[in-house]
Design a protein around this ligand. Structure first.
Ligand code: MG
Length: 461
């Protein structure tokens, strides 16, 4: 549980409610959260699902009891990726969805994501209303004869897989006969992506694909360091592509045919280039932390970028508001609007296979064709009470430079290099990102601004 501002209590973080099981996230807390969600959203039909964590039965039972206790009908979709629950909430015309997951967090964590009837995470305003009910114990328990029910709702994974298949060129993929290695980190991605790509005619090898809530294969976050095993297997098997998901399979990181892993800004740029070449002039939504390459590709196709604050829900909601069909984040989250405007790991895997089949070159060649940029990042401690003041000072200092204050402060150093300073929403730190066309320039920028901000913070103390 987190504190917002000075002393306001908060339950929801940047991506739902998260914490260590039976320390921060207990069944008692989830039961009460279920009462509060059900009371506020008032919808009668909730779709409930969970990822592969050891605490998922305990916590999904608590959530179901919480919702049933305030008169909601709970449809139990079972174990699946978060984007599958999001797709099915909308497809099955549920009023809301609830996912028990801690995404990419370590095994001891779990959490709750609340989904609106349109399949997108609920907005911050609704989270605040749920928090108010939760902290005041203001939920409305039902009379004994008005309780809800728990109704099994099987078949979701097949419907989800089928919905992805119709978004891609099946014949093209089948003829390319690509060999792929999939590493779902022992998470729920193993229930979808290997089967989906096999059904599309790929030769599929898997590692870490049995569901295991202890995540024995590798940590559930698909950082480049965490997926070295996948890189080795891609090379050893002579595969065309390696595919790694995070714990709830809404993110995908790719490994090229030479066994080199590439961060999500590269794969998003490849998808953007391919999509816009077929859909000239369509807009693309991405957070201010994204690469300049994303903008250059958009300009090449006569398209424009719509920038948002960092956070997947900001991208989803902006896509919905502006009807932009594509969104993406540098962490491997791609939002393919024709399917659904949320991050979707299996959808992105199928799309990338189609691109390789279409372009008839390896992933490494697709990366080579992208505008060349290098990024660097770091963080610096800053007490909560100085965060805003320090940023104001920095803004003042840089007022003669081209800047952007959509989320923190982004300063353009030149046409091809920038630095972004963002206060973290959950920790007493600033995050510093930089990008430049030379690697050493990006690192120097981060170092330079780290020194400048430290100076400002020291002065303010
Ligand atoms: Mg995730």
């Amino acid at each position: 549980m987190k504190k917002e501002g000075s002393n306001k209590k908060r339950l929801f973080g940047t991506n739902g409610v998260r914490g260590v099981v039976n320390k921060e996230i207990t069944p008692q807390l989830v039961l009460k959260l279920g009462h509060s969600i059900g009371t506020f959203l008032g919808g009668k039909k909730f779709l409930l699902a969970y990822d592969g964590r050891l605490s998922n039965i305990m916590l999904s039972d608590a959530m179901a009891s919480g919702l049933i206790g305030v008169g909601c009908e709970v449809y139990d979709a079972g174990m699946m990726p978060t984007p599958a629950l999001q797709y099915l909430t909308r497809k099955w015309k549920m009023d809301s969805g609830v996912m028990i997951t801690a995404s990419h967090n370590p095994p001891e964590y779990n959490g709750v994501k609340v989904i609106d009837g349109d399949g997108i995470e609920i907005p911050r305003e609704k989270e605040i209303e749920i928090e108010k009910i939760f902290f005041k114990d203001a939920y409305l328990l039902s009379e004994w004869d008005k309780l809800g029910n728990r109704i099994p709702k099987p078949g979701g994974l097949d419907e989800y897989k089928a919905s992805i298949k119709i978004q891609v060129d099946e014949d093209l993929i089948r003829h390319a006969k690509l060999k792929v290695v999939i590493d779902p980190a022992n998470g729920v991605g193993g229930l979808v992506t290997p089967y989906l790509l096999h059904e599309l005619g790929c030769e599929v090898c898997t590692i870490n694909s049995n569901i295991d809530g202890k995540f024995p294969g590798r940590p559930p976050e698909p950082t480049l360091e965490n997926i070295s095993q996948l890189c080795e297997v891609v090379k050893a098997c002579n595969a065309d592509l390696g595919i790694a998901h995070d714990g709830d399979a809404d993110r995908t990181i790719f490994v090229d045919e030479k066994g080199i892993a590439h961060w999500g800004d590269k794969s998003f740029a490849i998808i953007e280039d391919y999509y816009l070449s077929k859909n000239l002039g369509k807009s693309v939504v991405t957070p201010v932390s994204s690469s300049k390459a994303i903008e250059e590709i958009a300009v090449k196709h006569g398209s424009k970028i719509i920038w948002t604050k960092v956070g997947s829900i900001n991208v989803s909601r902006k896509m919905q508001e502006t009807k932009a069909p594509l969104g993406g984040e540098e962490n491997g989250g791609v939002f393919y609007g024709p399917h659904q405007p949320v991050r979707d790991g299996a959808m992105v895997a199928a799309l990338m296979i189609e691109i390789i089949a279409h372009e008839k070159v390896g992933f490494s060649n697709l990366v080579k064709k992208l505008p060349l940029y290098f990024s660097a990042k770091d963080k610096i401690p800053c007490p909560e009470n100085l965060k805003e003041k320090a940023l104001e000072h920095l803004l003042n200092k840089s007022k003669n430079q081209k800047n952007e204050t959509l989320d923190g402060l982004k300063i353009w150093i030149s046409d091809k290099s920038w630095v972004l300073i963002r206060p973290s929403g959950t920790e007493p730190i600033y995050r510093i990102f930089a990008e430049a066309s030379k690697e050493k320039d990006a690192h120097n920028l981060v170092r330079e601004y780290k020194t400048i901000i430290s100076g400002i913070i020291e002065k303010l103390r």
